[in-house]
Design a protein around this ligand. Structure first.
Ligand SMILES: [Zn+2]
Ligand SMILES: [Zn+2]
Length: 330
């Protein structure tokens, strides 16, 4: 049977073509169909609000796709965990054994033989704060014009992680974004969700809280974890000035800082109009037929540019020393 016209239920001939329409709350494509322009015009005053919402949602879901793929490329590129062995436990979960020794030199990602979701889980495992502390710039850019308010929430997830990291158990709690759209709806943006076996970074906030969260520990304006990182850096600098010593924990923070600094720079390079690139917002608004390929190309460009810049910094000094030099202005 032909699709019925939304207004008169006659056979529909075309759909509302605003940015080829959007997605429903679960992210599935949705369209509004009409028999002709008369019915469409008559319906506009009613459809206007919903039309805006489905298109806002579509942009949010698209931005979530771009950001999650970029996050996984980011953690793969900055990978510095020396894994000794990965084996499967009797419960089917992966057991990961790594060296305890701190390393500020990157190593090749050792999970390439795992399934896509398990690779995602491994790449997300210690990265509960990376989306907000190192990818803040990308998140802001991708959601520009779509989100009217953005917050960071620290949550304790429901259920077990797909993997168990023996020597370095990650903290259970991690940070997700809470985004408010212009239509008032609230959404969760969870880039590290692969750790818990799901590939959907964007979920209606209430669904997210019901299905994936045991408790919400804190909610703060976007940029809070970046400010926390800045505060830790101030402390490290003060200590370093006094004693000249940088301890292991401080090196970890400096490493994170160098990843953040370089990520910001990579974002500016890979989305610059002068070099013929699109911003992440523009990427998220592409027609359906162009979106996937453009997203893939962006992620490859991001990883390649990031890797090239990191290689330079790392070869010279090691990552934390490079960040320290940057900080104390040597
Ligand atoms: Zn009609
Ligand atoms: Zn519409």
């Amino acid at each position: 049977m032909a699709t019925p016209c939304t207004v008169c239920k006659g056979s529909a001939k075309h759909r509302c073509s605003r940015r080829s329409e959007g997605v429903d709350v679960d992210g599935h494509p949705t369209s509004t169909w009409y028999c002709g322009t008369e019915c469409q015009k008559a319906h506009w005053s009613i459809h206007k609000t919903e039309c805006k919402s489905v298109n806002l949602r579509k942009h949010l879901y698209r931005a979530g796709d771009i950001l999650q793929a970029t996050f996984l490329a980011h953690t793969r590129t900055t990978w510095n965990y020396r894994i000794v062995n990965i084996e499967r436990g009797v419960d089917g979960r992966l057991q990961v054994h790594s060296e305890q020794k701190y390393t500020e030199h990157r190593v090749a990602f050792q999970g390439a033989h795992l399934s896509a979701i398990e690779q995602g889980a491994l790449l997300s495992h210690h990265e509960g704060v990376t989306p907000t502390s190192e990818m803040g710039g990308a998140i802001k850019q991708a959601l520009a014009g779509t989100v009217v308010n953005l917050e960071e929430s620290m949550v304790i997830p429901k259920g077990a992680s797909l993997l168990e990291w023996k020597a370095r158990p990650g903290p259970e709690e991690y940070w997700v974004m809470r985004a408010k759209l212009a239509d008032g709806s609230l959404w969760a943006l969870d880039l590290a969700c692969a750790k818990y076996g799901t590939t959907r970074p964007v979920t209606p906030w209430m669904t997210f809280v019901d299905e994936r969260v045991t408790a919400i520990i804190a909610t703060a304006p976007a940029g809070t974890t970046e400010r926390m990182l800045d505060d830790s850096l101030d402390e490290i600098m003060a200590k370093h000035k006094q004693s000249g010593i940088v301890d292991k924990l401080s090196k970890d923070v400096l490493c994170t800082d160098s990843f953040r600094q370089i990520a910001r720079y990579v974002l500016s390079l890979t989305t610059s109009h002068e070099d013929g690139h699109m911003t992440l917002t523009e990427l998220a608004k592409l027609p359906n037929k162009d979106f996937e390929a453009a997203k893939e190309a962006y992620v490859v460009r991001y990883a390649h540019t990031f890797n090239t810049l990191l290689e330079g910094a790392e070869k010279k000094d090691g990552l934390s020393a490079a960040a320290l030099k940057l900080r104390i202005g040597l």
